[in-house]
Design a protein around this ligand. Structure first.
Ligand code: NOJ
Length: 683
């Protein structure tokens, strides 16, 4: 059955609470000011010496100094000089909307907007509009290029947007334009030392203010990277991912760019959950979302990464009918909704990373009976999750994609994991340039229309697409658990996830694939490529805590089913939800530790996840978030005696106690450790 996608232009589902549309005809104005509803954040846009710049202040203190706006085009002069402000118009919005799934159910959208029309004061007298929306949690702005005689079809060679930091803030960053896309360990250094980095870029200013530069609603445009200046220069400049010929964006007017976002928070713990990007995306165009269901899943997957199975055909082929039935049985017995099967389709033989044009997305290997396993899954109340690795063969994939989605749908498969291993397309376009952004749009739109949820690996970064397409569930886009299997760069160090929470995760859900219990990968050692390095650098209790800390609506129990055998701690994975009513960050410091509490969607149980880096920590948490006057049972999964990620990662102590909103829990985290707690109403 096809799924209806609303064809009307995505209407802003907002009610103007107090519209002060003060559009003024041509007037000589050189400064426009707009503040957030709470009055703390202020943006000033001004023209000086013919150039347009904006600046941002919070509580009267500078966050961004005057920062330029504009474009460079091929074949015509830059839109940068001899500018004047023609008019401006203000609007105020205060409304709320509900997410079909997420880290929180209700999202408030409260901002003041100003639309500023700018024109060249000399021929060709081109015009553009800059729209600023100022929220209590930050600022978003975008450009609009109206249809006009001097600007029709265009090729952007550079977006001139700047972010001139007011001090040499400390940045947590990953490099751009490297072979492994977004999959690098985060490093931290002063903003003046940055080369080219990805967003979201999290910065801590000297007074403790946290600033996150990112983008929202990346559609028909190229992803924005940020380029630092020479030493001592604290200005970051937008750098768009290019086509193979160096052009950044092709378009024709009327045209709008993605939003550039500057999230602001007094403390790191106020950064999450981050909703500014969601508020800047259009509302859902998927009319019926009842088929979109968050779930936990297991998969024929970890075995390939630790070397006990293969994607390709042969004696170790993982995706056999028999093996898949085993995973289905395991999922059914443990209340897990999905089973991912990788390596089921033809095309994996040889070096699959180079097989871009060889993959079939509809033909199974002979030892995998797709019809029989889907029927078996259905009987057991489980659903398969399909897998499409493209190896960046975009045309090959686009040719087959809709047939493949239809095939899945006809068999009752509602979800697919896609893969884009490679740093460029076969045609040489950047992995996250406009060419690939357009491809993504096609995939997500076709999937929505045909009733398929998407989990993308090697994705383009998340810019809030899930609001418009709630079938865009989760994605990778950072170093996930698989790096521990490979041992590359020594795997993920204990601090990794405490940084992810305040950086990558601010963009949206991540399919990190937690839940490896065989921490030393004993089952894989001897077969893995670098056995001496491949292991997980956490305690087992920390693996449990990651289910609460690293949000994903499709959340994997990544290990082999046999690793969960006779493991009482697996009960936490059975219990933990994948959809939340509310989220509170109770404590945290980037790179050190995080404590998160989340309440299940439509329920009264809370879950707490706490993780630390290589330092042991004791953290007191008051349970004031619980309902007053109610009694709860806390089921606590803590690092056991002498636990240590390096020397003794396995002990987990499971205990229970009765708690109320007046109770405190003392979290004792081992080096590289964590703690997971389920707090359910007492019966
Ligand atoms: C890399 C993905 O991250 C991983 O999950 C997948 O198994 C392989 N590519 C093969 O598609």
């Amino acid at each position: 059955m096809p799924y209806r996608i609303s064809r009307r232009a995505p209407r802003l589902a907002i009610r103007v609470a107090c519209a002060t549309m003060a559009a003024t005809a041509a007037f000589a104005q050189d400064t426009v000011r707009v503040v957030s509803p709470d009055g703390r954040n202020e943006v000033k846009v001004e023209v000086r010496a013919g150039k347009l710049a904006y600046r941002v202040q919070r509580d009267g203190r500078a966050v961004l100094l005057p920062s330029l706006l504009g474009f460079e085009f091929r074949g015509s002069g830059p839109l940068r000089d001899n500018l004047r402000i023609v008019s401006s118009a203000d609007t105020t919005v205060d409304d709320s909307w509900t997410q079909p799934w997420g880290e929180l159910a209700r999202v408030r959208n409260n901002h003041n907007e100003v639309r500023i029309t700018v024109a060249e004061s000399v021929p060709p007298s081109r015009q553009f509009v800059v729209v600023f929306r100022v929220f209590n949690d930050g600022v978003g702005f975008r450009y609009e290029l109206p249809a006009q005689p001097g600007l029709g079809e265009f090729e952007i060679t550079g977006e001139l947007t700047e972010f001139a930091l007011a001090d040499d803030a400390r940045a947590w960053w990953i490099p751009s334009f490297r072979q492994n896309r977004y999959e690098y360990l985060y490093r931290s250094s002063p903003v003046s030392t940055l080369d080219t980095v990805h967003t979201p870029l999290t910065l801590e200013m000297r007074d403790g203010l946290h600033v996150v530069i990112h983008e929202a609603h990346l559609a028909d445009y190229a992803s924005m990277n940020l380029v630092g200046g020479p030493e001592q220069n604290r200005t970051l400049r937008a750098f768009l991912a290019p086509y193979s010929d160096g052009i950044k964006v092709r378009g024709r007017t009327p045209f709008v760019t993605p939003w550039r976002t500057i999230q602001l928070a007094d403390r790191a713990t106020d950064l999450a959950p981050s909703v500014i990007g969601l508020n800047l995306n259009p509302p859902s165009v998927v009319e019926n979302t009842t088929w979109i269901k968050p779930m936990k899943y297991v998969g024929i997957w970890w075995g390939m990464h630790i070397g006990t199975m293969t994607w390709s055909s042969g004696p170790k082929h993982g995706a056999t009918t028999e093996n898949t039935r085993r995973y289905i049985d395991f999922a059914a017995a443990n209340g897990i909704g999905g089973v991912l099967v990788e390596g089921w389709n033809r095309g994996w033989d040889g070096n699959w990373m180079e097989n871009a044009d060889k993959f079939s997305f509809t033909e199974a290997y002979p030892d995998f009976d797709l019809k029989a396993v889907t029927a078996y899954a259905k009987e057991k109340g489980v659903q398969l999750i399909g897998h499409h690795e493209t190896s960046m063969g975009i045309q090959n994939y686009e040719r087959q994609m809709e047939d493949a989605f239809r095939l899945y749908k006809s068999l009752g498969i509602d979800a697919v994991k896609t893969g884009y291993v490679g740093d460029k397309t076969r045609e040489g376009h950047a992995h996250h340039g406009q060419f690939m952004v357009r491809h993504w749009q096609k995939v997500v739109e076709a999937a929505a229309r045909l009733g398929i949820m998407v989990n993308a690996h090697e994705p383009i970064k998340d810019t809030g697409e899930r609001r418009t397409y709630p079938n865009m569930m989760t994605r990778e886009g950072a170093r996930g658990q698989e790096y521990n299997a490979w041992g590359g760069d020594g795997g993920n160090p204990p601090e990794h996830e405490t940084i992810l929470f305040f950086t990558r995760m601010l963009a949206g859900p991540m399919d990190f694939t937690p839940g490896v219990f065989d921490i030393l990968i004993q089952r894989g050692n001897g077969t893995a490529r670098r056995p001496e390095e491949s292991r997980v650098r956490t305690t087992l209790a920390k693996q449990l805590a990651l289910y609460v800390v690293l949000y994903s609506p499709l959340q994997m129990a990544a290990d082999l089913p046999e690793s969960y055998d006779k493991q009482p701690a697996f009960q936490f994975i059975r219990d933990v939800p994948v959809d939340w009513e509310e989220t509170r960050v109770l404590d945290g410091k980037i790179g050190d530790h995080v404590v998160v509490a989340r309440r299940e969607r439509n329920g009264q149980s809370w879950y707490v996840g706490a993780i630390t880096d290589e330092e042991a920590r004791t953290i007191q948490i008051p349970l004031t978030f619980l309902s007053k006057g109610r009694s709860y049972v806390a089921e606590i999964y803590a690092d056991g005696p002498k636990a240590h990620w390096k020397t003794n990662p396995l002990p987990v102590t499971i205990s229970r106690r009765t708690v109320t909103s007046a109770s405190r829990i003392s979290l004792m985290l081992a080096p590289g450790g964590g703690q997971a707690i389920r707090i359910r109403p007492a019966r």
